[in-house]
Structure formats: structure tokens, C-alpha cells
Design a protein around this ligand. Structure first.
Ligand SMILES: [Zn+2]
Length: 223
């Protein structure tokens, strides 16, 4: 198989066997500002190769906008410095049942095509000695999503971080997401979406897992 065929194959099967995001050792030697400057230069070269006229008013700022968006927005989660501080509290009220945070927005990007992955995450855990501020779960999901990702790894990274932070294996993460690289290119399937599910501890028991799945599958109705 030619190298180019293999590149397409890896992209279309969205295959990756690394739990850790593959990063270079010197990933954060440069400042964000220097990265933006360098990406701006390279992206303007890409645009020029495509034949675009960068003296046009509408296009002239695009390389800078894209560079800033990559470093500060879409991929801010690559830098461990940006991991949200997770305030952990003692489980004073001895809440020992399942806590579910659901419909957390997923805004990510596929690492094979750099196209958006959008959807929702549902996270559940059974507290031991520690509990976490609710919005911190959302922030952690947001942080890991803002990297070039594969959905399976995103699911695992959220699970592992929460297990470490909360000091318990009893965590479950479900992600349902649409991949623009599936809907807008390649097979061009507009309706399919992908579900990933990762769990440990008590969630290995099917009745505990089913209790969680029943909660997240119920339509939200507060009235
Ligand atoms: Zn892709």
C-alpha cells in the first residue's frame, strides 16, 4: 500500500491507539504569540498555494485569524497549563449515590482532518471521599475536547482525569458526536453519529451502568 493510501486509510477509519495525545517534547517551548506568528506565515502559504489573493481585504486577515483560533481557541487544551483548576471538596454530606452531569457540549476537532466534532457528553460518578464542583466537570470536558482528537481517546482522557481527580474508579463517560469529516467529505453521511462509552469500577456492573444510561436517555423535562 502506498504511503498516501495509508494516510487516507488511517483518516477514514479514525484509528489511533494512543491514550495520550501524541505531543512533541518541545511542544510548549515557544510562546503562544510566537506560535501564532509562525502559523500565520504557514497558513498564508497554504492559501497562496490554493491560488487565493491575500491582498484582498476580506482574505488578508485570515492567516492571523486562523492562527489565533488554533492556538487560543480550538486547541487551547493541548497545553497542560490550561487545564482548569478542579476544586475538590470533602464529601461532607456523605452523598454516596450516582451523580450525573449530562448534555455537556462537545466542541472538538478530528485530528485526521482538522474538521469539527460536535455533540454531547454525559458523565456520571459515584463519590467516595471527594466531590467536584459541577461546572468543573463541564470545564474538564471542554479542555480535553479542545485538542485535535479522536472520539475514543477524548472519552478515555476525560474518564482517566476524573478517576484521578475524584480518587475513585467509579466513573462513566458517554460521548455522542457528529464528525464533519464523515458528513461533509468521504462518505458524506449527514445523519450518522458516533457513540463512545468508557467506564470503570462499579459501572462495570450492568445494573449500575443501566441506571446511568436510563437517566441520560430520558428526555430532559423540567416543567
Ligand atoms: Zn476525520
Amino acid at each position: 500500500m502506498s504511503n498516501k493510501d495509508n494516510i487516507e486509510l488511517i483518516g477514514d477509519s479514525h484509528f489511533s491507539n494512543n491514550t495520550e495525545t501524541p505531543l512533541r517534547k518541545d511542544a510548549f517551548d515557544k510562546s503562544d504569540e510566537d506560535k501564532i506568528k509562525s502559523i500565520q506565515h504557514h497558513f498564508s502559504e497554504i492559501m497562496k498555494e490554493l491560488g487565493l489573493d491575500l491582498t484582498d481585504d476580506s482574505l488578508s486577515g485570515t492567516p492571523y485569524r486562523v492562527a489565533k483560533m488554533y492556538v487560543k481557541e480550538l486547541f487551547y487544551g493541548l497545553n497542560p497549563k490550561n487545564r482548569p483548576k478542579t476544586s475538590i471538596f470533602e464529601n461532607k454530606y456523605q452523598y454516596e449515590k450516582m451523580l450525573v452531569e449530562q448534555n455537556i457540549t462537545i466542541d472538538s476537532a478530528c485530528e485526521h482532518h482538522f474538521l469539527p466534532i460536535t455533540g454531547n457528553a454525559h458523565v456520571g460518578y459515584i463519590p467516595k471521599n471527594k466531590v467536584i464542583g459541577l461546572s468543573k466537570i463541564n470545564r474538564l470536558v471542554d479542555y480535553y475536547a479542545h485538542r485535535p482528537q479522536v472520539q475514543e481517546r477524548l472519552c478515555l482522557q476525560i474518564l482517566k482525569d476524573l478517576q484521578n481527580t475524584l480518587g475513585t474508579e467509579d466513573v462513566i463517560v458517554v460521548i455522542q458526536a457528529k464528525h464533519l469529516c464523515v458528513s461533509s467529505r468521504g462518505i458524506k453521511d449527514k445523519s450518522s453519529f458516533t457513540t463512545t462509552i468508557e467506564y470503570g469500577g462499579k459501572f462495570i456492573e450492568s445494573d449500575v451502568r443501566n441506571e446511568f444510561l436510563e437517566i441520560v436517555n430520558k428526555p430532559f423535562d423540567i416543567t
